[in-house]
Ligand binder design. Sequence first.
Ligand code: ZN
Ligand code: ZN
Length: 397
Amino acid sequence: MPDFLQEAKELFPYTQALRRDFHMHPELGFRELRTGGIVAQELEALGIEVTKGVGKTGVVGLLEGGKPGPTLLLRFDMDALPIQEQTGAEYASQNQGIMHACGHDGHTAIGLTVAKILNAHRDQLAGTVKFCFQPSEEGTNGEEIGGAEMMMRDGLLDSPRVDMSLSLHLWNEKPLGWLGVTKGPVMAGAEEFKIKITGKGGHGAIPNVTIDPIVASAHIVTALQTIVARNVAPLDTAVVSVTKVNSGTAFNVIPQEAALEGTIRTFDNGVRQRVMERFEQIVRGTAQALGCQADVAMRRITPALVNNEVMTTKVQETARRLLSESGLDSGYQTMTAEDMAFMQEKVPGCYFFVGSNNQARHLDYGHHHPKFDFDEEALIHGSALMAAAAMDVLNTR
Ligand SMILES: [Zn+2]
Ligand SMILES: [Zn+2]
């Protein structure tokens, strides 16, 4: 077995240069033309067959191994966020109001590094590696679906048919050296809700002839807290967060309407059903009791991201061998969401986390923060583990 950690270390100047270039030139979802162009160019330079425009700005590269075997998809997301960067880094964003604040610049650089490493060992690969550079993971950015679904709609998982997948996220919630590789659900299924409460507006000093949607909204927000507290079993997991409340125009006017928005997160389908049922009942029932009309719109963002047992066991073994036992966390889960979940609904996969914060160097702001930045040594861990896991998954069956 090649020494992938050593190879990733040797390639670090390449990885870092790419990452910093992507960081300086971030692009929003479905606008990753410059990024995708560099990706295609780098893959083509290795002799890898490239298809552009898969899911609008997505790029796919096909690396055929020297021996027959299954097709393994390696997925890396490329999009940035609408955030004004405040890191002050020398490689800070040059695009006003756009920033790589989630680490996808690092993912893209890792993907190209992994392509270099695996290409050098292609004779030893028993199967085909399909490199997937995905647009718009952070949302739909004005389209009806996000990047993962857009690529799947364009046939990402067909010809050659994808048998399994690996993907990763640099993770600033955890320190450099930590690795999260967990079986079963690792990220939550997410829904977005929008509620409109309609009452009857009027004078703030004559409430008795009005129906106040603000009072009803306040009761609804409070009552929704009972779903997690009273309806979900204590050892099960769910989140119900109201994150936006909008109503009113003046201190002496009771408004006609109030709008609430927020998100629901769950790991388990049964729990999800129960939470959705109670949500409807509470919103409608509370509104009705207070004389208001409630309209509820619920949109599914992603299903839960569930890791395959067999593949995850292999990746855990690879991680132990490559980066020692001490940093491996095999029980980590988070309530954030990821559109890789759509692909893992179709093909077995393992999605793992690579610890990337460094408190001593103040590289520990959370994802999506304007000062987000990570310890670039994590790029070595990500590249090495992805390359080694890809070879292990293909060659040990
Ligand atoms: Zn993000
Ligand atoms: Zn992300």
